[in-house]
Design a protein around this ligand. Structure first.
Ligand code: NDP
Length: 343
């Protein structure tokens, strides 16, 4: 999959015009987390009239968290879903067109790019911003979903602070689990790391750091098979049920928090074979820009960042993608104007 430059001449289309059965827009943004909605805000203020196809989880990963205390500007903290609603309204104020649709097909082989949504709507665009994010891998337990945000978390950086003096569990055996276990010892009185095998996948240096930390205890060869807790007066988890992967024996363990750290999955399936990814499936962007290997397609947020994964860094890259797309579209328009004058 080489970088390609689709035909440089793009016939001038108008926003919302139906061309060959497709509703055409200058700029479409896929995804509605901090990256997508910040790109929407900047693009709308640049008068690009962006259409945002919000995807399966409108508002993105922040909608499964509760308090967000590390987003600058909200000095008293804010609930994740509420913050994303503010992001959306701010973008809509400048004309962003937010639609609750999920893109299930894209064709980036030539411009205009073609998209199909789960509602069967056909669209096309001159430029595309991909902000489809990543999803934390979860254990797929009903109880885990029930207590998500009420003791269960997939992000220690986001939620660790709430566990000062408490006892927490971390599930996983990779670098993320090691990093989160260590990080959580800043707040928690005790961190128990639970791994399904007796050998860690994580790098030696990270494992050594965890094993040397007096606040961390490790339980090997066990899976979390249930999360238990109270519903009233306040919903909160109180512990988990563990099952030995060796003997099948189960037992209960008390804990105030459970951090799932079994990896993330970038949401890039729909671009398979069209956009360049690294070995873990994250989109590759060029240098410090948001350009992908396809001219006119830009990527921002967690779909291209497995390192920082923060709302504020995602929002920053969303701003960059909108500016990159705006400048790129401007160059195309000049080019088209030149071609029309020659023609
Ligand atoms: P990994 O895929 O490396 O590890 C996932 C871990 O979760 C594995 O130990 C796996 O167990 C376990 N696991 C997976 N599914 C389940 C399940 N259903 N139940 C219980 N356990 C499960 O993901 P990471 O997020 O840890 O790392 C992703 C990438 O990011 C890696 O390349 C890593 O090196 C990198 N990274 C680097 C960091 C750094 O250098 N500072 C920090 C964080 C990440 P098993 O081993 O049995 O398969």
């Amino acid at each position: 999959m080489d970088s390609h430059n689709a035909s440089p001449f793009v016939p001038p289309h108008h926003d919302g015009e139906v061309i060959n059965g497709r509703e055409h827009h200058k700029l479409i943004i896929m995804g509605s987390g901090p990256a997508g909605l910040t790109a929407a805000l900047y693009a709308a203020r640049a008068n690009l009239k962006p259409v945002i196809l919000e995807g399966n989880v409108p508002g993105g990963q922040l909608t499964i968290t509760t308090d967000v205390e590390n987003y600058p500007g909200f000095e008293k903290g804010i609930m994740g879903p509420e913050m994303m609603e503010i992001f959306r309204r701010q973008a809509q104020r400048f004309g962003a067109d937010c639609r609750f649709e999920f893109v299930d097909e894209v064709d980036l082989s030539q411009r205009p790019f073609k998209l199909k949504t789960d509602r069967g709507n056909l669209l096309s665009c001159d430029a595309l911003i991909v902000a489809t994010g990543a999803s934390a891998r979860l254990l797929n337990l009903e109880s885990e979903t029930f207590y998500m945000g009420y003791g269960v978390s997939a992000c220690a950086t986001c939620d660790g602070f709430f566990y000062r003096g408490k006892e927490v569990l971390v599930v996983g055996g990779g670098d993320t689990a090691m990093e989160e276990a260590n990080y959580l010892t800043r707040f928690a009185s005790k961190v128990t790391l639970i791994h399904r095998r007796d050998v860690f996948r994580a790098s030696k240096i990270m494992v050594d750091r965890v094993l040397a930390n007096p606040k961390v205890e490790v339980i090997y060869d066990a899976n979390v098979v249930n999360v238990i807790g109270d519903h009233s007066p306040v919903k909160s988890m109180t512990g988990v049920v563990l099952r030995s992967t060796k003997t099948g024996e189960t037992w209960e363990m008390k804990a105030d928090g459970l951090f799932i750290a079994i990896g993330h999955k970038p949401n890039t399936e729909v671009f398979h074979g069209q956009l360049q990814t690294d070995t873990n499936g994250y989109l590759i962007t060029k240098g410090k820009s948001t350009y992908t290997n396809v001219d006119g397609v830009f990527a921002c947020g967690d779909v291209q960042d497995h390192v920082y994964r923060q709302a504020v860094s995602a929002a920053g890259s969303g701003c960059m993608a909108a500016i990159d797309a705006e400048r790129w579209l401007e160059v195309q328009e000049h080019h088209n104007a030149g071609m029309s004058a020659v023609g």
